[in-house]
Design a protein around this ligand. Structure first.
Ligand code: ZN
Ligand code: ZN
Length: 326
C-alpha cells in the first residue's frame, strides 16, 4: 500500500501579497490509492482538499476561503469539506460562507480547536498547538499513523511464494496459501514503521510549547517573517525572525526546517537563510509552488525495483522542485 507524502507551498509571503509571494498557505498531500501517481504529477487540485486548517484570523491566512469554497461548489463538488480554526472559527466561517449568497451543494463542517486538540483525518492526525501571536493562533502538528512494516521479498521467496500478485496480498496484510501451506504477513514483514511528522508554525513568536510539539519532526515549517535586525518589530507583531526559527528547529531536533511567511521586503532571502543556518544547518526558504517530497512510496513490489532502497521517517529527499504552469 503505497503512501506518498508531499507538501506544496502555495503561498509563502508574510502579510500583503507581493508579485513574488502569495499569501500564506501550505498544502499537504497524503497519497491515496490508485490515482496517486496522476495526482503527484498534477498541480494541487482544490477538489481533492478534504480539510482546511486555518491558523488564525488575519486576512492573509483566511480570506481565500470563500473563493475556494465557491470554486469547489461551481466545479460540482459533492464530497464533504472539514474546516478547522481557533476559537471563533465557527461563527466567522459560517458568516463568510453565507456572504456570497450561494447555496452549497456539499456539506461543510466547521470545528474550533484549542491547544492539544486532535483531529483524526484517517491516515493522519492533526494536533493544535497554541501559538503566541497578536490574536489567538494555532500551530499544527500533522502525524501519520504507524505504517505497516517493510516487506521482505526474499523471505517470501524462501517460503515458496512466487513474485507477483501474492506479494501484493501479503503486503496488504492478507495471508496466502502456497502448495497447501499458509504464509502469513507476519512471516514476511518487518515491524510497523513510525510515520512522518510535519509541523506548521502559523504566525507565532518562537515558543517552548512548539519546540516540544515539534520534537524530532520530519519537517518543521516555521514562519520567518523578518531577520534579526528587526527583532523588536517581530516581537511587537508576534512574529519570529529567521534566527529564531533556526533555534526552534535546533532545539526540536527536526530533520528539515522550511522558512516561510517571508516579508515582501526580502527580494533575496539569503539574509534569512544565513542567520537560520547559524542555529540549524538543514534549512531551505520556501518559495511559491515549491514542493517537497517528504517521502516517496517505496512499498512497491520488489519486482518493480524497490528492493534495497532506503526508506524511513527520516529519509526525506529535502529536494525542492519548481513546478511550472498554473
Ligand atoms: Zn500572517
Ligand atoms: Zn497573523
Amino acid at each position: 500500500m503505497s503512501n506518498d507524502v508531499r507538501m506544496v507551498f502555495l503561498g509563502t509571503g508574510g502579510g500583503m501579497p507581493s508579485p513574488s509571494r502569495g499569501v500564506s498557505a501550505t498544502a499537504l498531500q497524503v497519497g491515496g490509492e490508485g490515482t496517486q501517481r496522476q495526482f503527484m504529477r498534477s498541480s494541487v487540485s482544490f477538489m481533492k482538499i478534504t480539510a482546511v486548517f486555518i491558523s488564525h484570523f488575519h486576512g492573509d491566512h483566511f480570506l481565500g476561503l470563500p473563493g475556494l469554497v465557491q470554486s469547489m461548489n461551481f466545479s460540482g463538488r459533492s464530497a464533504p469539506l472539514e474546516i478547522y480554526g481557533p476559537r471563533g472559527a465557527i461563527d466567522l466561517v459560517k458568516a463568510m460562507l453565507s456572504l456570497g449568497h450561494f447555496s452549497l451543494a456539499f456539506p461543510v463542517t466547521v470545528g474550533e480547536m484549542d491547544d492539544e486538540d486532535v483531529v483524526d483525518l484517517g491516515q493522519v492526525t492533526v494536533t493544535a498547538v497554541a501559538g503566541e501571536h497578536s490574536v489567538p493562533s494555532l500551530s499544527f502538528v500533522i502525524e501519520e499513523k504507524a505504517r505497516r512494516g517493510r516487506f521482505h521479498p526474499e523471505r517470501a521467496r524462501e517460503l515458496g511464494v512466487p513474485p507477483g500478485p501474492m506479494f501484493g496480498e501479503l503486503q496488504s496484510g492478507r495471508e496466502v496459501t502456497v502448495g497447501g501451506r499458509v504464509v502469513s504477513p507476519a512471516m514476511v514483514m518487518g515491524p510497523p514503521r513510525k510515520g512522518i511528522k510535519i509541523v506548521i508554525s502559523g504566525d507565532t513568536r518562537p515558543t517552548e510549547r512548539l519546540v516540544r510539539a515539534a520534537k524530532r519532526a520530519t519537517v518543521l515549517v516555521h514562519e520567518a517573517t523578518l531577520d534579526s535586525s528587526l527583532l523588536e518589530g517581530a516581537k511587537n507583531y508576534g512574529h519570529s525572525t529567521a534566527r529564531e526559527a533556526g533555534e526552534v528547529a535546533s532545539a526540536a531536533e527536526v530533520d528539515l526546517l522550511v522558512l516561510t511567511h517571508i516579508s515582501n521586503r526580502y527580494d533575496d532571502v539569503s539574509v534569512l537563510l544565513d542567520e537560520a543556518k547559524e542555529a540549524f544547518t538543514n534549512v531551505v526558504a520556501a518559495h511559491d509552488l515549491m514542493s517537497i517530497q517528504v517521502r516517496t512510496a517505496m512499498d512497491l513490489p520488489a519486482d518493480e525495483g524497490s528492493e534495497g532502497r532506503a526508506e524511513g521517517a527520516g529519509d526525506l529527499s529535502g529536494q525542492e522542485e519548481r513546478r511550472s504552469g498554473s
